[in-house]
Design a protein around this ligand. Structure first.
Ligand SMILES: Nc1ncnc2c1ncn2[C@@H]1O[C@H](COP(=O)(O)OP(=O)(O)OP(=O)(O)O)[C@@H](O)[C@H]1O
Ligand SMILES: [Zn+2]
Length: 593
């Protein structure tokens, strides 16, 4: 195996991310004999990383993850070994990380924590035709797979869950679970103290499809249209004025939309009044203990956030920002009370608002080990034999590794199909503006095409869009002026039947977009709030858990083995639980050899 040692020592490896998996991985790579690594991470070390990112210690808090990871890993190398680690503190999205730059590497190893960056690296790796090892963990679960152009599905062949979203009218009009109030409170924080975002409206939605024909129109005459951000600033973020607007006037508006409250089992909200809770200055508070407590929390949270907003400018919501969290907890709990929904502790609100799944060091270590083994297997020219590996914990803390050979590629994948194509259905002339209390008619602009379709939905970084050989949207910043971006699609000649070519030069990614003009989009889940729908992007569902499920329960391609030496009865119990047959059990060598 001397040749393999030489292969390992001579190949350049790119590691993207130096967090939970990244730290473990860098350590593994160095100990396995890799000598030429590049590591990119944009972040600094947080105290909360120290429980599982063992290359970092207390004195490193606030310093660059990639640079400290390099420093710590170099201490593990044997004397006399010439190890080169190029550590960069920046985002993989930077234009310098182009396809030609990526081509210098033999393998790319992702150790990221977000879908956008993973999509971006997926495209770079496909365009450069370099094998990519993808990995991720969520609590005790994890997975790793190898992506190779033409051979395996790409990362975007299957749907990856982005943050769960909720229908706007549930959030704005008819919350029924704590999470609905928490999402509303996060939106409210952004509306009051952050950059205004018209997709994060909080006021009652008169365009709710549940409202009967005339009701929304009747209501719109009665409710003054307000830009929440400007209004809050004009009122100097007065906690009492804000309270009465969001928890009294808006709730009364909702109550006036009588159709909403006819649905069986739905509880009507009850509006609150600031003075009534706190007592009108005569010391006789009339609110319940709970109302008084949440109102005081609201008062403090608004005052603290206001001070920050005045000092630092627009704030952005962050689960680790105490002021932001206290605001969200207070606002969410007041709204829960109004809608008779169970209130949550501040800690629980933080967990739900921040979408926090505890990160487990062991899961990261197992997955990082698999990633390293996948890399070795690729260098052994055994890429076709690499497996998709899932890690799960099943009853009573037994770790299960399930592995399967490459799944089928998705022929309609927007990224790795022969000719990536999508159809976009939208009203090219006018669409319903769901962002305001009026049912307004708004045009779909080039800015929407750039930000909502090309960047958000199609994961492009700097898109150029052409129609009939003419550029209608350029990635060049000098060409991106507000006047051009405000033009509607019809103004630049895009209508029913138009064929556009969208291209991202950094990703070397090109996509054909067919435009279909529709006046009314088909409903999904009884909701019709979308401004556009993209088809031709049908993806297989894949989440960490559902993928694991597919491996074990689904087709007979699943192979697994329990780690450790548990008695046969226990193994059988696990197999039963996972619905695995005996012929689906193999030894871990099958995963790694
Ligand atoms: N675009 C990007 N470019 C480079 N590195 C990135 C990019 N996006 C995310 N990362 C890095 O990927 C790493 C992922 O690691 P991990 O999932 O352990 O997250 P974390 O931020 O360290 O922990 P947590 O989110 O649990 O607090 C992070 O260090 C993060 O900075
Ligand atoms: Zn694909």
């Amino acid at each position: 195996m001397v040749w393999l040692k030489e292969e390992i020592a001579s190949k350049k490896i790119l590691v993207v991310g130096a967090g939970g998996i990244g730290c473990e991985l860098l350590k593994n790579l160095i100990l396995a004999g890799f000598l030429d690594l590049t590591v990119i991470d944009l972040d600094t070390i947080d105290v909360s990383n120290l429980n599982r990112q063992f290359l970092f210690q207390k004195q490193h808090v606030g310093k660059s993850k990639s640079l400290i990871a390099k420093e710590s890993v170099l201490k593990l190398t044997h004397a006399g070994r010439e190890v080169s680690i190029d550590a960069r503190m920046c985002s993989i999205f930077l234009p310098e990380f182009s396809v030609p730059w990526i081509k210098q590497f033999s393998i790319i190893l992702n150790a990221l924590d977000n879908v956008s960056a993973r999509n971006h690296v997926n495209r770079l790796a496909l365009a450069a035709d370099i094998p990519l090892v993808e990995s991720g963990t969520a609590g005790y679960s994890g997975e790793s797979s190898v992506i190779k152009k033409g051979l395996s599905p790409c990362y975007e062949c299957s749907e990856r869950p982005r943050n769960k979203t909720y229908p706007g009218c549930t959030i704005r009009n008819t919350p029924s679970e704590p999470i609905h109030c928490i999402v509303w409170a996060k939106f409210l924080f952004s509306q009051l103290f952050g950059e205004p975002d018209d997709e994060q409206e909080v006021s009652p939605d008169a365009a709710d499809p549940e409202l009967a024909n005339g009701e929304a129109a009747e209501n719109k005459g009665n409710i003054k249209r307000i830009n929440t951000t400007v209004w809050a600033e004009e009122n100097d973020w007065d906690p009492k004025i804000l309270f009465n607007k969001f928890f009294k006037e808006d709730i009364n508006s909702l109550l006036s939309m009588s159709k909403l409250w006819e649905k069986e089992g739905r509880k009507k909200p009850s509006a609150l009044d600031y003075d009534e809770i706190i007592g009108c200055g005569d010391g006789h508070a009339t609110g319940s203990k709970m109302e008084l407590r949440t109102l005081r929390a609201w008062h403090k949270a608004v005052t603290d956030a206001k001070t920050r907003r005045k000092r630092d400018g627009h704030l952005s919501w962050d689960k680790d920002d105490t002021d932001a969290m206290m605001f969200v907890a207070a606002a969410a709990n007041i709204r829960c009370g109004i809608f008779k929904i169970e209130q949550k502790t501040e800690w629980k609100v933080k967990e739900m608002a921040g979408n926090i799944i505890p990160a487990i060091a062991t899961a990261n270590a197992v997955i990082a080990a698999i990633v390293c083994l996948q890399a070795v297997k690729i260098l052994k020219n055994n890429i076709k034999k690499t497996k998709e590996v899932s890690l799960r914990v099943q009853p009573a803390s037994h770790y299960i590794l399930a592995a399967s050979t490459f799944a089928e590629r998705n022929p309609t994948c927007v990224v790795c199909a022969e000719k990536p194509t999508v159809t976009i259905m939208l009203d090219t002339k006018k669409v319903k503006d769901i962002s305001n209390i009026f049912i307004q008619l708004k045009k779909f602009t080039l800015k929407d095409l750039r930000e909502k379709i090309c960047q958000k939905k199609l994961s492009m970084n700097e898109p150029d869009v052409e129609k009939d050989g003419n550029i209608i949207l350029s990635s060049d910043e000098d060409d991106l002026d507000e006047v051009l971006l405000a033009k509607t699609l019809s103004e630049v000649g895009v209508g029913h039947g138009s064929i556009l070519t969208a291209e991202d030069f950094q990703q070397e990614f090109k996509l054909t977009i067919h435009v279909e003009h529709v006046e009314e989009l088909p409903e999904v889940d009884g909701q019709n709030e979308l401004e556009f729908r993209i088809s031709g992007q049908e993806k297989a569902e894949a989440t960490i858990s559902s993928q694991a499920e597919e491996v074990s329960v689904g087709k007979k391609r699943a192979l697994s083995e329990k780690i450790g030496n548990e008695p046969a009865a226990k193994v059988q119990k696990i197999m039963d639980h996972l619905d695995l047959d005996e012929d689906e059990i193999i030894c871990t060598d099958d995963i790694i050899c």
